[in-house]
Design a protein around this ligand. Structure first.
Ligand SMILES: Cc1cc2nc3c(=O)[nH]c(=O)nc-3n(C[C@H](O)[C@H](O)[C@H](O)COP(=O)(O)OP(=O)(O)OC[C@H]3O[C@@H](n4cnc5c(N)ncnc54)[C@H](O)[C@@H]3O)c2cc1C
Length: 452
C-alpha cells in the first residue's frame, strides 16, 4: 500500500495551494521541499524589523487566490493597492491619465472585454507593437500598451510580447467592472500572509511538509507513477553517490517551473518532441530585478506607482513603488526600484555559476542604482540600507510562447504525473493568481469526492 495519496514536489505557492486543496478534500499528502523554508519564488524573509518579499509580488485583480482562500474557509489578506500612476514622459513625471488617449481607449477596451475566448486566440501570435501600428494614433497607443504590456506580461520590449495575452489579462478586471488604473497591490503583512495560512491548512488536515528534502527522481513503472526517490544519509565525500529511498504514492505533482522538469524526472520517460519542448522553454524566460531601499519616510506620495518607459543606463523600463515595511514594529518605508525584461535583455541567471554572468549582473544593478539616484531625488541621503536582487520570473509571454502554447498539467506517456506552476497552459494569467486558478482545476480533478 502506498505511503501517501499524493506527493507534491516543491512547497512554493503551487505546492502550498494544491497541498491545501488536496488535504482539504481528505487526501493524505506529502510535500517535499528542497530548501529549508516554504514559499519558493514567493518567499518572505525577515530582515531586522522588516519582512521582505523577494521582488514586487503584487497579486493582480483576477480573484482566483481569493476564490481558493474562500474554498478553504480562509480569510484573504488585505491588498494595498496603488490608485495613482505617474509616467516619466519627456523628462518629467506626469499622471498616466494625461499620457493616454483615454476616450478612444475606453471604446477599444470595451471591445476587448466583449471578445470571445475563440476570437482572442487570433491575437496570440500578434505582438503588442504590431497591433499598435494598426491604430491611427500609433504613438499614443504605443505609450499606453507598452505600459500595460510591460507591467502585466513582465517584459521589456513590446515588440516581443503577445497582444492575445495582454487582452486576456486586461479583460479580467474589465469583465469584473474594475478600473484599469489599479495594478493590483502588495500583500498586507508580506507574502507570508498568503503562504502561512495555506501551510497551516495542510498541517492541520494531516498533511506533511518535509523541508531540506530534495527529490532526486520520480519513480515510474510501465508508464505509471509509483512515487518519488529521495537520497538518504549525509555524504562523507563530495563525490559520494548516496543511497536512496522510495516514497510510494499513486499521484505525483511536480511544481518546479517547467524548464526544470528534467531535474526531477529522467527525460527518457517522455517522447522526443516533448523533451525538446521542455528543454527549449528554459531559454525563453523573463526576469525581475530589484533594488529595495529602506528609508524613514516615503519619498513621494506612497499611493502613486511610477513607471519609466526607458531608464537611461539599464535601457529597460523601470517601475518605482513604495510601501510601509511589514513586521510587528516596523515603521520604515520600502522603496522598490524594479526592472523587468526577457531573455534578450538580461543575462541568463541559469548561468549564475559562470563568473561572466555574475559580473554582468552586478554591472546592471549598478546601472540601476545610478538610474534610481538620478530619478528619485533624496534617495541617497534617506537610505538606511539596500538590497539588490535578480531572479527569473517565469516564461516570457511572447507570440508563440504564451500560456496558450505551453505544456499542459497532464504530461504525455506518464500516467498520474501532473505539472503545476505559473508556466503551464492551465495557468493562463499572471503569476500567483494564475497558480491559484490552475490549483483549483487540479484540486477538482483529483478530488475523490467528485464522482461520489
Ligand atoms: C522577483 C519576482 C517577482 C514576482 N512578482 C510577482 C507579482 O508581482 N505578482 C505575481 O502574481 N507574481 C509574481 N511573481 C511570480 C510568482 O512569484 C510565481 O508565479 C510563484 O511564486 C511561483 O510559484 P511556484 O510554486 O509555481 O514555483 P516556485 O516558487 O519556483 O516553487 C517551486 C519549489 O520547488 C522547490 N524545488 C526545486 N527543486 C526541488 C527538488 N528537487 N525537490 C523538492 N523541491 C524542489 C523550490 O525550492 C521551490 O520552493 C514574481 C516572481 C519573482 C521571481
Amino acid at each position: 500500500m502506498a505511503d501517501y495519496d499524493a506527493v507534491i514536489i516543491g512547497a512554493g505557492l503551487s505546492g502550498l495551494c494544491s497541498g491545501a486543496l488536496l488535504t482539504h478534500h481528505g487526501l493524505k499528502v506529502l510535500l517535499l521541499e528542497k530548501r529549508s523554508y516554504v514559499g519558493g519564488r514567493a518567499a518572505s524573509i525577515k530582515h531586522g524589523k522588516h519582512i521582505l518579499d523577494d521582488g514586487p509580488h503584487m497579486p493582480d485583480e483576477s480573484g482566483d487566490l481569493e476564490k481558493l482562500f474562500k474554498t478553504l474557509g480562509l480569510e484573504y489578506p488585505e491588498l494595498l493597492p496603488y490608485p495613482m500612476g505617474d509616467g516619466w514622459i519627456n523628462g518629467e513625471w506626469i499622471s498616466m491619465r494625461e499620457a493616454f488617449p483615454l476616450q478612444e481607449a475606453r471604446e477599444v477596451l470595451q471591445e476587448f472585454a466583449a471578445i470571445s475566448d475563440e476570437a482572442l486566440n487570433d491575437y496570440n501570435d500578434i505582438s503588442v507593437a504590431d497591433w499598435c501600428k494598426t491604430r491611427k494614433n500609433t504613438e499614443e497607443w504605443s505609450t499606453m500598451f507598452r505600459y500595460f504590456a510591460q507591467l502585466l506580461l513582465v517584459g521589456n520590449k513590446f515588440e516581443d510580447l503577445s497582444m492575445g495575452e495582454l487582452i486576456f489579462l486586461l479583460r479580467i478586471p474589465l469583465l469584473q467592472g474594475k478600473r484599469l488604473s489599479q495594478v493590483g497591490g502588495t500583500v498586507s503583512g508580506g507574502l507570508t500572509s498568503l503562504t502561512e495560512p495555506l501551510r497551516d491548512i495542510i498541517e492541520n488536515n494531516g498533511g506533511e511538509i518535509r523541508l531540506s528534502c530534495p527529490v532526486n527522481d520520480i519513480v515510474i513503472d510501465d508508464g505509471k507513477v509509483r512515487g518519488v526517490e529521495i537520497e538518504t544519509g549525509d555524504p562523507l565525500f563530495p563525490s559520494q553517490v548516496l543511497e536512496t529511498e522510495v516514497i510510494e504514492a499513486p499521484v505525483v505533482i511536480c511544481t518546479l517551473p517547467i524548464w526544470d522538469l528534467f531535474k526531477v524526472v529522467s527525460e527518457d520517460e517522455f517522447p522526443g518532441w516533448y523533451q525538446d519542448w521542455i528543454r527549449d522553454s528554459g531559454k525563453r524566460v523573463s526576469h525581475i530585478w530589484s533594488l529595495i531601499y529602506a528609508v524613514e519616510e516615503p519619498l513621494w506620495d506612497i499611493r502613486t506607482f511610477r513607471w519609466v518607459p526607458r531608464l537611461p543606463r539599464t535601457g529597460t523600463f523601470g517601475i518605482f513603488f513604495q510601501h510601509q515595511t511589514y513586521g510587528d514594529d516596523a515603521d520604515e518605508t520600502q522603496v522598490n526600484v524594479v526592472i523587468q525584461g526577457n531573455y534578450r535583455d538580461l543575462p541568463d541567471l541559469n548561468q549564475w555559476q559562470c563568473a561572466k554572468t555574475r559580473r554582468e549582473v552586478r554591472r546592471i544593478l549598478k546601472c540601476l542604482e545610478e538610474d534610481a539616484v538620478e530619478l528619485i531625488p533624496g534617495l541617497v541621503e534617506a537610505t538606511k540600507w539596500r538590497i539588490g536582487q535578480a531572479s527569473v520570473f517565469g516564461l516570457t509571454e511572447a507570440p508563440g510562447n504564451t500560456a496558450f502554447h505551453r505544456p499542459s498539467m497532464r504530461v504525455p506517456a506518464v500516467e498520474n504525473l501532473y505539472l503545476l506552476s505559473d508556466s503551464i497552459r492551465e495557468a493562463r494569467g499572471l503569476g500567483m493568481q494564475s497558480i491559484a486558478k490552475a490549483s483549483l482545476e487540479l484540486g477538482e480533478l483529483l478530488n475523490p469526492m467528485k464522482n461520489v
